[in-house]
Design a protein around this ligand. Sequence first.
Ligand code: 5GP
Length: 206
Amino acid sequence: MNKGKLIVVSGFSGAGKGTVIKRLVEKYDYSLSISATTRQPREGETDGKEYYFKTVDEFMSLIDYNGLIEWAQYVDNYYGTPRKFVEDEIAAGKNVILEIEVQGAMNVKAQYPNAILIFITTKDIDTLYNRLVSRGSETKDVIAKRMARAAEEATSMENYEFIVINDDLEECVDAVNSIVVSESCKKENRTDFMIGIKNQLDERIK
Ligand code: 5GP
């Protein structure tokens, strides 16, 4: 069986990546990795659904026993990708989505060179700022820190293979899926298939 693909989605906080990924998983067949974090749950978030919420000590012990593929500090908290789920799903041929920030994305690409790196952005910065403010869950201080982090992240956009603008949700979701489908159709990812077809032809024309 062909191995599944690792799809890394990053983007500015407030760019709507969470909504895009939720819709992508509803509409198409993807496995979504759930990260561990030391951040407090926002209203409506539950442990094991949006994140595995951990204390700093618990998070550090995950790092110690190599339980995370990657981890990073974002604003004032730690975030990391649990190893087992990702490795099991890929081995089972599933396409796995990681929604992580840029340091984590670079770290994943170094370990999995075939990972597909996609950066999602709003069409402009006013839209980004307004989304952060209207979310209502963040203090002014946190919004300012997230905007500052966005400015840093903008410099890493060029390390991504695909930049997708989230203006219309369905268009954005379909664009992300098309990227993954096209990658899967590349001949490098079809070697087993091509050998199989040639063998079948050889059998038929004997
Ligand atoms: P939020 O607090 O808004 O849920 O997430 C803050 C940032 O952390 C987002 O950019 C999100 O993509 C990133 N993030 C979430 N999970 C992980 C992870 O497992 N690893 C890394 N490196 N970043 C993550």
